[in-house]
Design a protein around this ligand. Structure first.
Ligand SMILES: Cc1cc2nc3c(=O)[nH]c(=O)nc-3n(C[C@H](O)[C@H](O)[C@H](O)COP(=O)(O)OP(=O)(O)OC[C@H]3O[C@@H](n4cnc5c(N)ncnc54)[C@H](O)[C@@H]3O)c2cc1C
Length: 320
């Protein structure tokens, strides 16, 4: 059996950030990742400046496609829709590139392995009878096996999404957001990327209107048609990926086991963005293992847009 101090299950942004922090402090770790590279990931790929700051890079140092989104068009309202344009300072990336780069940059050893069964015996975790460790980090996203095997079932709110990525150069670098859409706290997006655009919507499962996701997608494509600068689009059949938002203080750490990123339901409460919280929680869990910090839910940011995010959430829940 292979023995190592820390095993990280999942090589997404949460797992690779945790791995990087451990490796650069000289502590051994192994990442178990089920998919070979490149790993496509359903995601709009919108990241905030804080994500780049947490990764300690300047935008120009990022080696792959990055678009600076310097204007946001907000289309706000249900029956009547008001349009606002605000200047912004946000970015978009392509996830397969971003995730691959993060994992490689971590310097950690990665073994392709799908984790299924985990046992705790004699103060060590045994993973699939093949690997053994003192610290185990669950960074496996929505259906993380560390959560399934060791933590209570996810009590969070389920987010449902539909999205598609269209190749081709976007007409500009203005991002469009429709609030609300797919329920009172859901929204839809059009995010320009390098070499394409990402379109989609997401909302809390218990708020998705009864007509369902397919008819919402049709409504969304009509909204896209109504916007200038979007250009002619023939959106392909959309895909979806559910994930959790955990507004409750359920355990995310016990006996040397940690849940980080989507495995812990750490996406933000205003925009349900999870890349930033995944990176923050991965770094913080590593620092807890290193004895340099304490990993707690409250230490990971809950809003993408800070006070503005809380204000937007309050406003769009009350729109006619
Ligand atoms: C449609 C959509 C759009 C989104 N848009 C944005 C956005 O614009 N901005 C934003 O910040 N967030 C966005 N999110 C959320 C964001 O994608 C996630 O919060 C983020 O990917 C979480 O990172 P993670 O590392 O926790 O998990 P993941 O990125 O899901 O990584 C988990 C990794 O674990 C691996 N894994 C899973 N199970 C196992 C196993 N059994 N054994 C080994 N490995 C395993 C997977 O292969 C994967 O590589 C979006 C989500 C969706 C669905």
């Amino acid at each position: 059996m292979r023995q190592v101090e820390t095993i990280i299950v999942g090589g997404g942004p949460a797992g690779s950030s945790c791995a990087r922090e451990l490796v650069r402090c000289g502590r051994p770790c192994l990442v178990l990742e089920k998919q070979p590279p490149p790993r496509p990931k359903l995601c709009a790929g919108w990241i905030t400046p804080k994500v780049l700051a947490d990764l300690e890079i300047q935008p120009e140092e990022y080696p792959y496609g990055l678009v600076q989104l310097d204007r946001l068009r907000l289309v706000v309202g249900r029956s009547r829709r008001w349009r606002f344009r605000i200047s912004a300072h946000q970015y978009s990336i392509r996830r397969a590139e971003f995730d691959g780069w993060l994992l490689e940059r971590s310097g950690a050893e990665v073994v392709q392995h799908t984790v299924r069964e985990i046992r705790y015996a004699g103060g060590r975790y045994i993973v699939d009878g093949q690997f053994s460790c003192t610290y185990l980090v669950g960074a496996g996203g929505t259906s993380c096996p560390v959560r399934r095997n060791l933590f209570p079932p996810h009590p969070g709110k389920l987010i449902l999404t539909r999205e598609a990525e269209l190749p081709g150069e976007p007409l500009g670098n203005e991002c469009i957001l429709w609030f609300p859409f797919a329920g009172q706290s859901g929204y839809a997006w059009y995010v320009p990327k390098r070499g394409g655009v990402h379109i989609g919507f997401g909302g809390l499962a218990d708020q998705i209107p009864t007509e369902g996701l397919a008819s919402l997608w049709e409504e969304f494509t009509r909204l896209l048609d109504g916007e200038d600068s979007v250009g002619d689009m023939s959106p392909p059949t959309p895909k979806g990926h559910p994930y959790f938002l955990n507004p409750l203080n359920t355990p995310i750490k016990q006996n040397g086991a940690y849940l980080v990123g989507d495995a812990a339901g750490l996406a933000t409460w205003d925009l349900a963005e999870g890349i930033g919280p995944a990176i923050q929680s991965g770094i913080l869990a590593a620092r807890d293992i290193l004895g340099l910090d304490i990993y707690q839910r409250e230490r990971v940011g809950r809003y993408s847009l800070g006070l503005l995010g809380r204000f937007f959430r309050w406003v769009w829940a009350r729109l006619p």
